[in-house]
Write a protein that binds this ligand. Structure first.
Ligand code: HEM
Length: 416
């Protein structure tokens, strides 16, 4: 269910007004009509309205892909500036500088090559059986009930358990991680940051840091067959990850690895509930799931926005973007661009080809894409196989207020 539209997007002619609606935390449900309107009026819109400093907002599929693949467009330390809250928020800020998304290019490429060696499709495939087990364990207690909250009971715990286990975090510490992850996530919600949010973000970041440093020490003493030991062992021409890089890498794997996937699963279930005939077809032929997941990834993505800085003049369509300027890429708008997808607002579970940009591309292509695909496929296949009838309840689903990371805060369903 999408929130009702209060303003017909097609009657709006001022890109600034449209962006104000897009940024309004109360209107997250109805996002795409406004992104369409912004794309058709100002596909390369220069404004400081979104992040507080001047940036080029790109909404066309071709332009987003051009920037993602451009050798002069990198994500680096400057991308963290939007999170700067002065000395009171320093720990969170500095942690971001040590994550792949915001490292300087040279450091990024070195750290990424070390992490990806420990994060291969083969190591992901080894998780297949365990992921199925976690999905079943989450559904066991609810299948005989009348319903559940898809977000809290199913979509959220699955990727959290999976990534924590991969990193070697014991199950009893999961609640700690859930709290820290929640507080860290809120700290990233631009426009909604209060003193309290900054303080809790600091506490959560310190919690992560201390915990991971302890876990790293423990793994150094007693290496195991997990991702953490692989990260510690990763070596490239004699260079290893420093402790700061190890902590930053665990942090980004955890933060990038759970909320994004959880949100995608819940929004995919939401899409299925909104499209009963497609749900029935998928139930009738589960072999269509792999392609269907690509369409869920395109249709409503959890990572709506990425950022790049131009290191030299970049030609984007008719627009020359000068060196040093920031591009904000609207992945979700690119995925709904009629210039790239036929009937982009239609959910088409057989869509092929499906060149969505949900996992980005180029230098920062999502490292966890194969893990995310496996989790989403297993979650949806098992949910449909074990629960023969799923429907909305009288309580509607609700979107969270975050624009950059889109997701539902609740999705109550009943098993009629
Ligand atoms: C449906 C789920 C997911 C979505 C939609 C998603 C999306 C993305 C996107 C768009 C980027 C690129 C950001 C940019 O270009 O600035 C990215 C990067 C990244 N993702 Fe994912 N992701 C998902 C799941 C995961 C998982 C499960 C993991 C790991 C366990 C993960 C780890 C990462 C990491 C480490 C990066 C940074 C790569 C780099 O900067 O080199 N992601 N993700």
């Amino acid at each position: 269910m999408e929130a009702p539209l209060e303003l017909d997007a097609n009657t709006l002619d001022d890109p600034g007004e449209i962006l104000a609606i897009i940024s309004d935390p109360e209107r997250r449900g109805a996002l795409y009509p406004y992104l369409h309107r912004l794309r058709s009026l100002a596909p390369c819109f220069h404004t400081d309205q979104l992040t507080g400093s001047p940036a080029w907002l790109l909404t066309r599929h071709a332009d987003v892909r051009t920037v993602l693949r451009h050798r002069a467009a990198r994500s680096d330390h400057r991308g963290v500036e939007i999170f700067d809250q002065g000395p009171a928020g320093r720990i969170f800020y500095e942690m971001q500088l040590n994550t792949l998304l915001f490292m300087q290019p040279e450091q990024h490429d070195r750290v990424r090559s070390l992490i990806s060696r420990a994060f291969t499709p083969r190591s992901v495939d080894l998780r297949r059986e365990r992921i199925q087990q976690v999905v079943d364990e989450l559904l066991d207690p609810v299948v005989d009930a009348n319903g559940m909250d898809v977000v809290a009971d199913f979509a959220y715990p699955l990727p959290m358990v999976v990534i924590c286990e991969m990193l070697g975090v014991p199950a009893e510490d999961l609640p700690l991680f859930q709290r820290w992850a929640h507080d860290s996530h809120r700290r990233g919600e631009l426009g909604l940051i209060s003193e309290e949010v900054v303080a809790r973000g600091e506490e959560a970041t310190r919690g992560f840091q201390d915990y991971f440093l302890g876990l790293i020490r423990e793994h150094r003493r007693h290496p195991r067959e997990d991702l953490m030991s692989a990260l510690i062992e990763a070596e490239d021409g004699g260079g290893r990850l420093s402790d700061e890089e190890l902590v930053g890498s665990c942090y980004i794997l955890l933060q990038a690895g759970h909320g994004t996937t959880a949100d995608l699963i819940a929004m995919a279930v939401n899409a299925l509930l909104n499209h009963p005939s497609q749900q029935a077809e998928l139930r009738a032929d589960p072999s269509r799931m792999q392609r269907a997941v690509e369409e869920f990834l395109r249709f409503d993505t959890s990572v709506q926005i990425s950022q790049r800085v131009a290191n030299e003049t970049m030609q984007i369509g008719d627009q020359a973007i000068p060196p040093g300027e920031v591009c904000v890429l609207f992945n979700g708008a690119a995925n709904r661009d009629p210039g790239a997808f036929q009937d982009p607002d239609q959910l088409n579970l057989g869509r092929d080809p499906n060149p969505h940009v949900t996992f980005g591309m180029g230098y920062h292509t999502c490292l966890g894409a194969s893990l995310a695909r496996l989790e989403i496929q297993t979650a949806l296949s098992t949910l449909l196989a074990r629960i023969p009838k799923l429907q909305f309840t009288s309580e509607p689903p609700a979107f969270r207020s975050n624009l950059f990371l889109r997701g539902l805060s609740t999705l109550p369903v009943e098993f009629a």
